[in-house]
Design a binder for this molecule. Structure first.
Ligand code: GLU
Length: 277
């Protein structure tokens, strides 16, 4: 039986791209299965309860029904903290005290301009920092992030694969991201860590999400292996483009589902606009 989920972040109103994604996920259980809703609200500075309410209203309006209770990530920080702790106990993490400016400087002095799928790769300045210096920085209350020692992590698990329902069996290459941030001092998780922990806890065996998250799946496969979590099957759908050929985005002022709904659009019209009608 398929167990799948739609996992929006309540940092803005849903747009047509979200409707497309949610309807694809919902469509996957047409012949049976569970559809779960997960609210990815780990970032208290950007998430708002009114966006969360709007997400539920929009999905209801589109005729999408989900299992209760909804999992809100902000209520499960201890789950992510314990996963982080496990990685730390295995010697796979290190604290990184670099500011953005320091990272840019280090990259230019090392003539390191390697780009990963998420942008510039961290040059590793804090990897191997001596314990006294770490303690000194901590005593000074310098902010820090927990980074994964990617080389060590990859060596620990060996070659990994995941199943992409459109592309077939994919060999994961998380090393192209470098030492990713898995948590910050004030937020004990990152998107990557929380998603893997939650998909496992919620018994998700099929993840359907946008093509823009395909690179992230490589990191997720690694975290699943390191933490002994289940690996779902994946489908990375194309991104819906607006009239100007750009992908829909909250910050691009794409019309929100709420606006369209209040302007009198019907769910049927939305299905048509996203090519699923
Ligand atoms: N919360 C993510 C987003 O809104 C989606 C995460 C996922 O589907 O894995 O883009």
């Amino acid at each position: 039986m398929i167990v799948t989920r739609f996992a929006p972040s309540p940092t803005g109103l849903l747009h047509l791209g979200h409707a497309y994604s949610a309807l694809l996920v919902y469509g996957s259980i047409k012949k049976g299965g569970d559809f779960l809703l997960r609210i990815e609200d780990i970032d208290p500075g950007r998430c708002r309860i009114e966006y969360e309410k709007a997400i539920e209203e929009d999905l209801n309006w589109l005729g999408i029904k989900w299992q209760k209770p909804v999992r809100r990530q902000s209520e499960h920080m201890h789950d992510y903290a314990s996963a982080l702790n496990r990685l730390d106990n295995e010697g796979l993490l290190y604290p990184c005290f670099c500011t953005r400016k320091e990272i840019i400087q280090a990259r230019s002095s090392l003539a390191m301009d390697v780009l990963g799928p998420d942008g510039p790769i961290y040059p590793g300045s804090c990897r191997g920092l001596n314990p006294e210096l770490i303690q000194k920085f901590k005593n000074e209350k310098k902010p820090f992030a927990w980074r994964l020692d990617m080389q060590k992590a990859v060596a620990r698990v060996g070659e990994l694969t995941f199943r992409d329902l459109d592309k077939g069996l994919i060999v994961a290459t998380p090393e192209i991201f470098g030492d990713v941030v898995l948590a910050r001092k004030e937020t004990p998780t990152s998107y990557h860590l929380a998603v893997c922990v939650d998909d496992h806890i919620q018994g998700i065996n099929m993840v359907i999400r946008g093509q823009d998250l395909f690179p992230a799946t490589h990191i997720h496969r690694l975290l699943q292996a390191l933490l002994g979590l289940d690996t779902p099957s994946y489908r990375h759908h194309r991104l819906l483009l607006d009239e100007s050929g750009k992908k829909f985005a909250k910050r691009e002022r794409s019309p929100s589902l709420q606006e369209l709904r209040l302007a009198g659009a019907t769910p049927k019209e939305i299905f048509k606009r996203v090519g699923l009608g």
